[in-house]
Design a protein around this ligand. Structure first.
Ligand SMILES: *Cc1c(COP(=O)(O)O)cnc(C)c1O
Length: 404
């Protein structure tokens, strides 16, 4: 039996960029014309066959799509479910971020922007955007907190090799949120010739919608692939949620398939006290942060609090507005996975399937038991392996006191 779709989920977002009470645009007035221009240009590009053909060509012949859907036979045996892995780790640059970066840089060229800026935390989005800019021949500047630069030196060098300028930000905690503030400041100043490539399904409208659409290639492919392999839809989708782009990319094409459950996994960090985790749905409250309304980890004065996760890509105080609405409407469910459980997931996928996942993706693996508890024996589960773990090997060794 399938229920009919909750009418509140029929058009996401509405014309004002709202997902229920979430989303919207909370930016300085000087940015509104650029956001309007972007929204209009994106709507046109979406319908333009030549634009779409160029995007598909780059995704297929440069990124290496479609990414495989691999049957995880040994995991399936262990959990008594049929577990399939969507292999975003096999994309060029090693994660799903490139799907969005290429789409946005193409769009920026279409509207005549000569300069690209972006921010990056761990460096994955910075590397993906620098890659897209090298490929398409566009000037690129990446903002990165100086603390993150210190922790992710190889990615800083990678971006420079790709021809990008990397600018250190030493305000605040010298991490991702500070880099975003600096990128927003640059955008306000140089908006005429500049496009800001936001890296997750966050920020002011149209970004949560646009990033989602570029990442929906994940779910569209997975839907086709599972129907071909199993001749039916999956029972559950499982993905980690930082800002929420890899997960919404997998989930969104299945929203109308009401028999398909969706389970997002947030970073449980090393405790349940504010500051020890990045579980926005388990400690966060309604708020506005960096251009959008959603659940935010904040204190009673509305000051955004610090967060912690072993994985830099999940370590953010807010969550994409579409997830907030899917959760309020009971269409998706969210659980947390601690640092320790994620490290166990990291080892499990390596040992059982020969895949070393990104620490972000390891949170989805670490939460497999929650997926199993929500499905029946031999139920079909698709797990998004959002990225590969080469970047995290040294960090895992450090966490576990192993010398390499
Ligand atoms: C950035 C990143 C994430 C988290 O970002 P989302 O927008 O939530 O997908 C997850 N996995 C990998 C590999 C990443 O690089």
């Amino acid at each position: 039996m399938t229920e009919s779709l909750d009418p509140r989920l029929r058009q996401l977002p509405n014309n004002a960029g709202r997902f229920g009470p979430y989303g919207g645009r909370y930016v300085p007035e000087t940015l509104i014309p650029a956001l309007d221009e972007l929204t209009a240009a994106y709507k046109e590009a979406k319908k333009d066959k030549a634009f779409q053909a160029r995007l598909v060509d780059l995704l297929n012949n440069y990124v290496g799509r479609p990414s495989p859907l691999s049957f995880a036979s040994r995991l399936s045996e262990q959990f008594d479910r049929r577990i399939w892995l969507k292999r975003e780790d096999l994309n060029h640059t090693g994660a799903h971020k490139i799907n969005n970066s290429i789409g946005q840089v193409l769009l920026a060229q279409r509207i005549g922007k000569k300069r690209i800026i972006a921010e990056t935390g761990a460096g994955q989005h910075g590397v993906a955007t620098a890659t897209a800019c090298a490929l398409l021949g566009v000037e690129c500047r990446i903002y990165m907190g100086t603390e993150d630069m210190r922790r992710q030196l190889p990615n800083v060098y990678r971006m420079r090799l790709l021809g990008a300028e990397v600018v250190g930000v030493s305000a605040g905690t010298s991490t991702l949120k500070d880099a975003i503030n600096e990128a927003l400041r640059d955008w306000v100043t140089n908006v005429e010739e500049t496009h800001y490539v936001i890296g997750s399904a966050l920020g002011p409208h149209p970004f949560p919608m646009m990033v989602r659409d570029f990442q929906c290639v994940i779910g569209k492919e997975a839907r086709k692939q599972i129907l071909k392999e199993e001749n039916k839809l999956p029972d559950l989708l499982l993905a980690c949620v930082g800002g929420g782009s890899n997960s919404i990319g997998l989930f969104h094409p299945f929203i109308k398939d009401t028999s398909v459950k969706m389970l997002g996994v947030e970073a449980g960090g090393n405790g349940t006290v504010l500051g020890e985790h990045a579980a926005r749905f388990d400690g966060g409250t309604f708020g506005v942060f960096q251009g959008t309304a959603s659940y935010v980890l904040q204190n009673e004065d509305g000051q955004v609090t610090g967060t912690h996760s072993v994985s830099a890509g999940l370590d953010y105080a807010s969550i994409g507005p579409e997830h907030a609405w899917l959760r309020d409407c009971d269409r998706a469910e969210y659980v947390r996975c601690s640092d320790e459980e994620a490290l166990a997931g990291f080892h499990l996928l390596a040992e059982k399937e020969g895949i070393i996942p990104a620490l972000e993706s390891a949170h989805a693996i670490g939460a497999l038991q929650h997926a199993v508890d929500r499905t029946e024996k031999d139920g079909i589960i698709i797990v998004n392996v959002s990225g590969r773990g080469d970047k995290d090997v040294a960090e895992v060794a450090r966490c576990e006191g192993v010398e390499i």
